[in-house]
Design a protein around this ligand. Structure first.
Ligand code: CP
Length: 313
């Protein structure tokens, strides 16, 4: 496996789900696989879960890890070809990634969107430059438009907690004070479409996600109606895709409360974290949720992705 950027890089998601459950039971069974292999984790943005779970996953496979906070610990990068580099950027991405891929056997990169220009963000310039210039496999640690490690962990969590073969899963927009990317909801939709679930998306008008991602997944604008009979509620804020990067609403009526959870089929509450309590969901909802085991699954899904990449070296 040369790249992991979305569920579309996974040949058989159902098979991966089966393999990750097995890996979780025997986390150190492949300790020899990563011997003398180095994972480079490149962060252009902050992270808690992705950073630590991917590091731990690498250790479980016997790898060594180097972490670089790009632009803080290292030089500022130039991304465009042919630029006269007399500004702030001291190093071109071409040299930087070529050099990093001599020191590392696998590279992970996190790069959030600017949320200014939809076309630029949806072209995934940063991630694609890494893939273009790297000599080794590249995995996304969350790109401008996708967070595939999160989506995979979310599907595993639903698989573990579901009480029926095909649960009803609701992705609900919730308010937030800042403009956030669409990466998590995009990947959540894609992984749910690859799984055995009935997905319903609910959000205020104006928050429609990319139609190329939503496809024929149903959208219900009435949150209360969407919650009826749900087995899982997955809350997330995102900024507008249509009026790109804008906050159109901070309506607290969309906050997930115990009263709303009472409309469901005793649904499990999920969120990728970090979560703003009493903005996205009330304390009581978060305290009675499965967000902690959901975050644990970030470790196992990252470990399977790294295992696949090591096996392809
Ligand atoms: N869910 C997630 O990706 O968390 P971090 O941003 O802390 O890595």
């Amino acid at each position: 496996m040369r790249k992991f950027t979305s569920v579309h890089d996974v040949p058989d998601p159902a098979q991966w789900l089966w393999e990750v459950k097995e890996l979780k039971q025997t986390p150190y069974a492949h300790k020899k696989l990563g011997e003398n292999k180095v994972l480079g984790l490149i962060f252009l943005n902050p992270s808690l879960r992705t950073r630590m779970s991917t590091q731990r996953a690498a250790y479980n496979l016997g790898m060594q890890v180097m972490v670089l906070n790009m632009g803080q610990d290292s030089w500022q990068l130039e991304w465009e070809q042919g630029t006269i580099m007399d500004g702030a950027a001291q190093e071109h991405v071409k040299e930087a990634v070529n050099v990093i891929s001599q020191y590392c056997d696998i590279i992970g990169v996190r790069s959030f969107p600017g949320l200014q220009n939809r076309e630029t963000d949806y072209h995934e310039m940063v991630l694609n430059k890494f893939i273009q210039h790297s000599k080794v496999p590249v995995l996304s640690l969350e790109s401008a438009t996708k967070h595939p490690l999160q989506g995979f962990a979310d599907l595993l969590t639903i698989e573990e907690y579901k009480k029926k073969q095909r649960p009803k899963v609701v992705l609900s927009w919730a308010p937030h004070p800042k403009a956030l990317p669409q990466a998590v909801p995009n990947s959540f939709v894609e992984w749910m479409q690859a799984g055995e679930v009935d997905l319903v998306i609910t959000h205020p008008e104006g928050y429609e996600l990319d139609p190329a991602i939503v496809k024929d997944s149903p959208v219900e604008y009435r949150q209360d109606k969407a919650f009826e009979g749900a087995d899982f509620i997955y809350a997330k804020n995102w900024s507008s895709y249509q009026e790109y990067g804008k906050i159109l609403s901070k309506d607290p009526a969309w906050t997930i409360t115990e009263q709303k959870m009472a409309l469901t089929n005793s649904a499990h509450f999920m969120h990728c974290l970090p979560i703003r309590r009493n903005v996205i969901a009330t304390d009581a909802v978060v305290d009675n949720s499965i967000v902690i085991p959901q975050a644990e699954n970030r470790l196992w899904t990252a470990q399977l992705v790294l295992k696949k990449m090591l096996e392809s070296l």
